[in-house]
Design a protein around this ligand. Structure first.
Ligand SMILES: [Zn+2]
Length: 83
């Protein structure tokens, strides 16, 4: 849970990252595809609420999930760059 420690992310950073990863409507289409891939790897992800999804994504140790999280963030940055 180190990423949630106060010395790693500030409160405003956590709010910003939460919005970006699980909430921002700008990335909804990319997020739906990303979440579908995560559900393939971890079926219970489907039943988590938004806060639990966020915590799970940043605390899990599944290499495939972490790679997909990285690709999702990269795709969001690319989309943002084109706007
Ligand atoms: Zn937004």
């Amino acid at each position: 849970m180190r990423v949630f420690g106060e010395h790693f992310w500030s409160v405003s950073q956590r709010i910003h990252i939460f919005h970006f990863v699980v909430d921002c409507p700008l990335y909804e289409n990319i997020r739906v595809k990303f979440f579908d891939k995560v559900i393939d790897l971890c079926p219970n992800f489907r039943y988590m609420d938004t806060s639990s999804k966020f915590v799970w994504l940043f605390t899990n140790e599944h290499e495939q999930v972490l790679k997909k999280l990285g690709s999702f963030i990269e795709e969001c940055f690319l989309l943002r760059g084109h706007n």
